[in-house]
Design a binder for this molecule. Structure first.
Ligand SMILES: [Zn+2]
Length: 78
């Protein structure tokens, strides 16, 4: 299971803890490891109130046990 994990706000660099499990768009199993692909649009930073997109992956090994994550916040392009 994925609990709250931090991503760095691209505007103020503060860590934003967020529950990502609702934003899993894909899940793939490798050898004993599960990659959960995360995409989240328009997350508001609680520190500076800028809005940004988040994408990346949260890994579980074995399934159900948090291993590590790579998430990045990107300013929204329009
Ligand atoms: Zn911020």
């Amino acid at each position: 299971m994925i609990s709250k994990l931090p991503v760095n706000c691209p505007f103020c660099e503060e860590e934003v803890d967020f529950e990502w499990s609702k934003y899993i768009v894909d899940q793939e199993k490798y050898h004993g490891e599960v990659e959960n692909t995360i995409e989240c649009d328009e997350l508001e930073c609680p520190h500076c109130h800028e809005v940004f997109n988040v994408f990346g992956s949260v890994y579980e090994a074995p399934k159900g046990t948090y291993s590590y994550h790579e998430l990045s916040g990107e300013p929204i392009q329009d």
